[in-house]
Design a protein around this ligand. Sequence first.
Ligand SMILES: [Zn+2]
Length: 485
Amino acid sequence: MKIYISATLRGFFGRHDKVELEGNTVRSLLKTLTDEYPDGREALYNDDGKLREFIQIYVDDEKFTTEDKWDEDITANRELLLIPSIAGGAPTESLISDERRKEVSFDDAEIERFNKHLMLREIGVKGQKRIKAARVVIIGAGALGSPVIQYLAAAGIGEIKVVDFDEVNLGNLQSQVIHGKRDIGRPKTASAKDTIKGINPKLTIEVDNIKVDAENIMEVIAGYDVVVDCTDNYKARYVIGDACALAKIPLVFGAIYQYEGQVGIFNLDDGPCYRCQFPSPPPTGLVPTCAEGGAISPLPGIIGSIQANEVLKLIIGIGENLSGKLLTVDSLYLHSNILKVHKNDNCPICGKKASIFEVEDYDYEDFCGLREEEEEIPIEGIEPEELAERIERGDKMTIVDIREPHERAIHRFPDVVVIPIGQLARRQKELDPEIDTIFICKQGKRSILAIKTLREAGYKGPLYNLKGGIDGAKDIIFSHEGAWL
Ligand SMILES: [Zn+2]
């Protein structure tokens, strides 16, 4: 049977996207797979041997995540899919009432501007009026936000709010096509607003130059018809997902990683919420975020355009939408799936015994149990300046690079030991407990996880984390002549 492995997990399975294995049940296939790829066991299961909550198993389009289905004979099916969060069929009913639609009118220029919508039988004047009456909030004006904001503005959404806290930098321009070179250093919201005004000066645009959190999220989304999640981190996603579920506002979710993306709709009518699909985020560091993992330039264009298309369908009330489904698109192999997402009876937000009644700020590391242990045994960090000095002095120490091969190719350290995080426990004999070992990763987060993993495995030698990772250190370290390439 074919096993499809989502891009975020491939590092644990010999970088394969598909593996062909013998087996007739999910249980037997997972055993054979993890016997063949022992690193994968750690990615899939927690310490109690239970499947990690952020991993979803599908057989073709049916969810097989719960263990009670693992002994069913699945030989009649095509493939088994391993999908982590990175991240129906009912006909769509319009989110905009007839009363609101009837309040809208168009001038001649608008008739000309939206001519190609007006000629579509499913949209027409009524649909275009609904679009003009709609209020949409887009959180994140980055890679996914770029196509979402621009297409929704071009389509004629009457009121758009853009929320982002960040400023435009040069590295954003590879994919964030709403911004240009002259916007570098400006708030993304200001740049996005200028672009929208350039498309259609008649639209009502509001911008919020803030980072969403438990304190402000309810106010950010209040009164809007749809929320579009275009963020790139788990902390924001859970805050947005919880807030939209509690406020019962439909959420159009999109996520990207490297070559792969996901789109789904949550909280539509009685449909599942974000936590029904992804009850809790992966442990810090196990899955790099898009910011750490990179993404091919047009991928957010593909995924964001699908998000914008879903938003319009919800507003006009046409077609079938992605509520209760998760669309996954692998742009490298042009492999796509529409997976079913069921309402979860045990969901902490919308389940029978709900336990979350207001949005909480998840300190993401704390949420994953990392902070607590940090307090028990503090993880010692080393500043980049100090590391550079120690290297120049020729101090005896081991530097372990736990980054992925593609990350190492950008900034390569000489004289390091390369050990992927999944192999650390097994390969601890390669480290000398008599001397200092310094871990490096991209942002200094995965190296904390590495130290924690080694300590749990019983390693006794001194371990240090390069503070801020390569990102924080490159200006200092790469300027030391001869020491670094
Ligand atoms: Zn739920």
